[in-house]
Design a protein around this ligand. Structure first.
Ligand code: GLP
Length: 239
């Protein structure tokens, strides 16, 4: 696991965008695994700039997002479909047929998980998976206690996660109770992983990740087994 220290959020975002652009520019086709939340926003802003200012094309890129809330339609402002449209997809020249997220409105959620898992596999797997980290160590929506070999599945969100994500809704009561998430096993299948962490609220989780041992109660520790993980942390997250 390579740990890269950035001075602040802006530098972390620039480093992450450069890291991803390097892949996008050097391969005819690339599959990115994408995350949501506040952490990757600055990275996405920079990817948009690479397209709009430097003319870099995303036509050879396909994407798979980590997760989606159960019960939220694509147009719901709190959905991750809507987040991705607002912050990245609508500003770049990516083919809309090449952007994938789980369907949180599927009638049969189990079937949807299997479909998503198979789609990732049949499209050649993920080249680089971008990850944030929850303060409880969750990756995607894999909460503490999740076995490390899980595939895409439905999860009940921890209270702390619902509270942390309430800022994207009109209040905590509006935050869904369930989500579909890639499993830890799905994430570990990615050829490369880029984990980003910013702010004092992530410092304990980053310390735990760097110093810790593999522990089911701390989902991010599953990454210790992966051969190609880069972690970019800003100063406040590395204290
Ligand atoms: C959510 C997402 C995760 C993300 C985490 C941290 O729970 N499902 O993928 O990593 O939040 O979010 P933030 O970057 O806003 O701290």
């Amino acid at each position: 696991m390579e740990i890269i220290a950035a001075a602040n959020y802006e530098e972390m975002s620039q480093m992450a965008a450069t890291f991803l652009m390097h892949k996008v520019c050097n391969a005819r086709k690339v599959t990115l695994g994408l995350a949501t939340g506040g952490t990757p926003l600055g990275t996405y802003r920079r990817l948009v700039k690479y397209h709009q200012v430097e003319g870099i094309s995303f036509q050879g890129v396909q994407t798979f997002n980590l997760d989606e809330y159960v019960g939220l339609g694509k147009m719901h402002p709190g959905s991750y479909h809507s987040y991705m449209e607002t912050h990245l997809f609508r500003w770049i020249d990516i083919d809309p047929c090449q952007t994938h997220l789980p369907n949180g409105e599927a009638v049969d959620l189990k079937l949807e998980c299997a479909r998503y898992e198979e789609l990732i596999r049949s499209r050649g797997g993920i080249d680089i998976q971008v990850l944030g980290i929850g303060s409880n160590g969750h990756i995607g929506f894999n909460e503490p206690g999740t076995p490390f070999d899980t595939r895409t599945h439905v999860v009940a969100l921890a209270d702390s996660t619902r509270r942390a994500n309430a800022r994207y809704f009109s209040g905590e009561t509006d935050v869904p109770y369930q989500a579909i998430t890639m499993g830890i096993g799905t994430i570990l299948d990615s050829r490369q992983i880029l984990l980003l962490a910013s702010g004092i609220g992530k410092a304990a989780a980053i310390r735990h990740l760097i110093e810790g041992n593999k522990d089911r109660q701390f989902p991010a520790s599953a990454l210790l087994d992966h051969p190609d993980v880069t972690v970019i942390v800003d100063q406040s997250a590395s204290n």
